[in-house]
Design a protein around this ligand. Structure first.
Ligand code: PLP
Length: 389
């Protein structure tokens, strides 16, 4: 197709005209079971009646006002996010990259505000993904993503994810340590509780801020609202986006009172950030996660999905080799090329997502049913069998 849209994506030859829960209908009336959720975005599935109603109600009241004025929906959402977490203050933006970039700015500002302007370096980890702005590209330092975009901002130290490298990398210049508690794009790699505790300890000892990028693993994806709740640590800053608006673009940065002190009027901003429609929807999403006991569903169905995938690893051991993840953020290591498997799954009506290191991701909506999990397993089994022909 000769498209006028810039050629930055490899796209499947399909468009969807309708969605319902975990199902999508294509223009040519094929049904697809959506285990990609718009890459961990549509946590409550497509066309959720209560979210649609919230959207309509807010759209009929007011769409956008500037941050020159108080936005009540923003106040309510910030209050709710603080009640549900360690945080005391929230900044709203529109996307994951903005949430991470803002987190980096807040960490640097914290130290300069406290008279430690030399503390401006952020330690990050190999195999991570933090977004596509120049600073977030610099943070992840993935050569595939930075190629051709020089000069890349400095101030980042990208290191292997282990205790030795981390201890060696900390210096008087370290402002923050930025990590995804479960690496998403990097291939679904949960970081151990021990490593998170080590980061917390080193941060406390060295006046460093612990920044958790939960853009993908936050909002209930792992079975806890925030993925660090699986450990006993609390971070200083969290970045959120993807599932926060369950499909409506909104991002957020959560911090403690102390960390937010340096962020005074004029220090940061966003025209669209904290838009009334986005905030109303995110508030409804949080309400539904509680009301519908979504986190229990994630935990229950996670066990089933993992054990069924483990069976498929045994059955198709020449094509897939290992299953790992947390909650409904599951990765399968492939022996066959991952894109060959996801392409075949697509033909078979199952939407999955590739990740780095030859991994296939299962990211179903968090309100998925047991029947749909088994349906996906059946389709994945058939998909792997079809690859023999
Ligand atoms: C997707 C993602 C981002 C970037 O989010 P965008 O909304 O695409 O800018 C950042 N961090 C993580 C962990 C992500 O998964």
């Amino acid at each position: 197709m000769n498209s006028s849209v810039m050629n930055t994506y490899n796209r499947y030859p399909v468009s969807f005209k309708d969605g319902n829960g975990a199902w999508l209908t294509s223009e040519d009336n094929k049904q697809f079971l959506d285990f990609s959720s718009g890459i961990a975005v549509n946590i409550l599935g497509h066309n959720h009646p209560e979210i649609n109603k919230t959207f309509e109600m807010q759209a009929n009241k007011i769409w956008h006002v500037s941050n020159l004025y108080t936005i009540p929906e923003q106040e309510l959402l910030a209050k709710k996010l603080c009640e549900l977490s360690f945080a005391d203050k929230v900044f709203f933006c529109n996307s994951g990259a903005e949430a991470v970039e803002g987190a980096i700015k807040i960490a640097r500002k914290y130290h300069s505000f406290n008279g430690n302007a030399q503390k401006n370096e952020i330690i990050t980890f190999k195999n991570s993904f933090h977004g596509r702005t120049l600073a977030t590209l610099a943070a992840a330092s993935n050569p595939l993503h930075t190629e051709g975009f020089s000069p890349i901002p400095n101030g980042f130290l990208n290191i292997p994810l282990n205790e030795d490298s981390l201890k060696k990398s900390i210096s008087d210049k370290t402002a923050g340590i930025l990590i995804e508690p479960v690496q998403g794009e990097g291939g679904i790699n949960p970081v151990s509780n021990e490593f998170l505790s080590l980061i917390r300890k080193l941060c406390d000892e060295n006046n460093i801020l612990m920044i958790l990028d939960q853009v993908q693993c936050g909002m209930g994806r792992t079975g806890k609202l925030f993925s660090h709740e699986w450990s006993d640590i609390e971070p200083d800053i969290i970045s959120l986006a993807k599932a926060l608006g369950a499909g409506f673009p909104i991002g957020a940065i959560l911090t403690s009172e102390d960390v937010a002190k340096g962020m005074q009027p004029g220090s940061h901003g966003s025209t669209f950030g904290g838009n009334p429609v986005g905030c109303s929807i995110a508030l409804k999403v949080l309400e539904l996660i509680e009301k519908d006991d979504i986190l229990s569903n994630v935990k229950d169905l996670s066990e089933i999905l993992i054990s069924e995938l483990d069976k498929l690893v045994k059955k198709h051991h020449n094509k897939i080799s290992n299953v790992r993840g947390k909650g409904l953020m599951i990765g399968v290591d492939c022996i066959e090329k991952n894109s060959v498997i996801t392409d075949e799954a697509f033909k078979n009506g199952l939407l999955l997502v590739n990740a780095s290191n030859n991994v296939v991701r299962f990211l179903p909506p968090l309100n998925i049913s047991e029947t749909e999990i088994f349906e996906a397993i059946k389709k994945f089994d058939e998909t792997l069998s079809n690859l023999d022909i």
